[in-house]
Design a protein around this ligand. Structure first.
Ligand code: F6R
Length: 603
């Protein structure tokens, strides 16, 4: 959510470096983008000695995705100090004027920001009274003007520090100053990482933006501030005490993120799922065993996650109950803050996350850590905030997931939870065999013959106003995830329900033609969910069955073979494809749904 990249150093193509860095982090935000670069202009006078040497920021801003962006001639090859941002709007519409960087009145200060300034209204009023001119509707724009005010009596770094200390909320702020040729960054929320190369420094919201240039990185912690110029200085916040910066060398490979033969990342990632599951089946036995031992020692285990990851957590509770006969709790990470008063040093929190940056997860974990609870991260991104804060870490190994809608990371989480449940009862071999069968079944679902059937259903569903998805037991989380996939990429309102809940209210919505997707695996839920489907059909509903068996109640049938408890992993795949095709038919970009971002770093 909001990508930040800034460069200061000896290279004079800073603007281009920034643009490329932002492109590498496009998944963080893509409603608009902007770059500001320091420009040196000389205003000639009759007396050569009195020529005016001005250095100010030139800004270029655009609404839209940064993927294909090219810089105008003005910003090319001319600067050694540049700062840029990809925006995910919080305050103010998606307009050019609201894109970052924002400048002060003198154009010497350029600011990019990730977070929300909770007290910006009062600060803006104060600045307006002092005569500052605002050009945007954002909360961010108060920052350069506050710094400008502070600069009247203090140096640059102190002005940034004092300004940051005035802001309420969880924020990461990067400020460039043309007069001293410095960058100062401060944070108490969203991630920031500094990279050191032979020619200078860069700072970004994600290592993904930096790793192409250097593998020497410094993760800025909350309540720290860094000054980058010819050298680096690291300070504590709010008081500004010097601390020694310790750079680490990361040996991460730049993983292949090209589209290859695929039209979209979502499709590519759907097709990568068999490989991801095989990897977990074949290589995770030891790590999963260790995690199982950690769970056995805890007094109270909580799975937390957000969105699709939360649904994977919910699946985990069913798998643990059925297979391991163990009770584990599940909470939506954004609600966990309000549920954690009872946590103590014996509690174990297992956080599931693709990005490892989701603020709704990081925030409650910070509190849980202060209560000495143990943290486990089941995460896809190496070196992410969640990865770094966890006591025990298990990487999903799904490879970069670039499409905003999670597919392969979601099934990877399910595969890990499935293996973990069996590991708790010492049956890792059974889990391994089952997962290999799942991978095989997903390959069958991905064959062109199956895709044809899905495209037919996508045509029927694309103009629907509402769709319902139902499941029971371990298929209830699948119904929730299915609804999520369809709504986020096709923009058709889709509601996921447990079959049993229908009669308690939602059945009132069913009328002639209401489409309903029914998950009916070969388990103890089969008869009851078919009865629910029949109740919907009797009221005019159209039933799309996902099941090993065709049933007379189904108007459409998508076969997912019986895989026992592992069926929940394969049965989401036809819906991922369905959502993808619905998006295509509606001429939407399935990789970048409106209003969403891949890494959700604001509350
Ligand atoms: C939906 C989706 C989101 C994420 C959620 C958590 O397709 O991708 O619901 O699952 O934002 O993100 P991570 O897993 O990065 O913590």
């Amino acid at each position: 959510m909001c990508g930040i990249f800034a460069y200061i150093g000896r290279k004079n193509n800073a603007s281009e470096l920034v643009l490329l860095g932002l492109k590498l982090m496009e998944y963080r935000g893509y409603d608009s983008w902007g770059v500001a670069s320091k420009m040196q202009t000389i205003r000639k006078t009759s007396d050569k000695r009195k020529n005016e040497n001005k250095s100010q920021f030139e800004v270029e801003k655009h609404v839209g995705k940064i993927g294909d962006a090219i810089l105008s001639r003005k910003l090319k090859y001319t600067s050694n100090l540049s700062i840029g941002h990809t925006r995910w709007a919080t305050h103010g519409g998606v307009l050019e004027k609201n894109a970052h960087p924002h400048l002060d009145c003198s154009k010497n200060i350029a600011v990019v920001h990730n977070g929300i300034i909770e007290n910006y209204v009062e600060l803006k009023e104060l600045l307006l009274r002092k005569g500052h001119q605002f050009t945007s509707e954002t909360d961010t724009e108060i920052i350069p003007h506050l710094i400008e005010e502070n600069l009247k009596t203090k140096g640059f770094a102190t002005s940034v520090r004092d300004t940051f200390n005035q802001l309420k909320g969880m924020n990461a702020v990067v400020v460039a100053y043309s007069l001293s040729s410095e960058i100062v960054a401060a944070k108490n929320g969203s991630p920031l990482v500094v990279g050191k190369s032979s020619d200078g420094f860069m700072i970004a919201s994600d290592t993904a933006g930096i790793i192409k240039y250097t593998n020497e990185v410094l993760f800025i912690k909350d309540d720290e501030m860094v000054i980058l110029g010819k050298n680096i200085t690291l300070l504590t916040l709010p008081d500004g005490k010097k601390i020694t910066p310790h750079f680490t060398k990361v040996n991460w490979k730049i993983e292949d993120t090209s589209l290859g033969k695929y039209q979209h990342y979502m499709l590519k990632e759907i097709y990568e799922q068999p490989k991801v599951i095989r990897n977990i089946a074949e290589n995770y036995t030891q790590q999963i065993h260790t995690l199982g031992q950690i769970i056995k020692k805890s007094k109270g285990t909580f799975f937390i996650g957000a969105g699709s990851a939360a649904y994977a957590c919910l699946s985990g509770t069913y798998l643990f109950s059925k297979i391991a006969r163990l009770h584990v709790n599940m909470a939506f990470a954004s609600e966990f803050n309000y549920l954690e008063d009872f946590l103590n040093s014996k509690s174990l929190i297992i956080a599931l996350s693709q990005s490892g940056e989701t603020i709704d997860i990081v925030e409650p974990l910070t509190r849980a850590k202060s209560k000495k609870s143990k943290i486990v991260a089941i995460v896809n991104v190496l070196g992410s905030t969640l990865y770094r804060m966890a006591d025990y870490k298990l990487l999903l190994g799904a490879g970069p997931e670039k499409a905003v809608a999670s597919t392969k990371a979601y099934v990877a989480k399910l595969a890990v939870l499935y293996s973990l449940s069996f590991s708790m009862i010492g049956e890792t071999d059974k889990a391994k065999g089952d997962l290999l069968t799942v991978a095989h079944e997903i390959e069958r679902i991905l064959e062109p013959k199956f895709a044809k059937e899905i495209e037919k259903i996508a045509k029927f569903l694309k103009n629907a106003i509402h769709i319902y998805t139902i499941g029971r037991g371990a298929s209830y989380p699948t119904a929730l995830e299915a609804a999520m996939k369809i709504k986020e990429v096709s923009y058709v309102h889709t509601e996921g329900l447990s079959g049993g809940e229908l009669k308690h209210g939602p059945l009132a919505l069913i009328s002639k033609g209401s489409p309903c997707i029914v998950f009916a695996p070969n388990d103890e839920t089969y008869d009851a969910i078919i009865s629910n489907a029949t109740e919907i059909k009797s009221r005019g509903g159209v039933i799309i069955g996902i099941s090993p068996f065709n049933n007379s109640v189904f108007d459409y049938w998508l076969e997912v073979k019986n895989l026992g408890e592992a069926s929940i992993i394969a049965q989401i795949v036809p819906i991922q494809l369905l959502a993808y095709h619905m998006a295509l038919l509606k001429k939407l970009d399935p990789d970048k749904p409106r209003n969403l971002a891949k890494s959700v770093t604001v509350k």
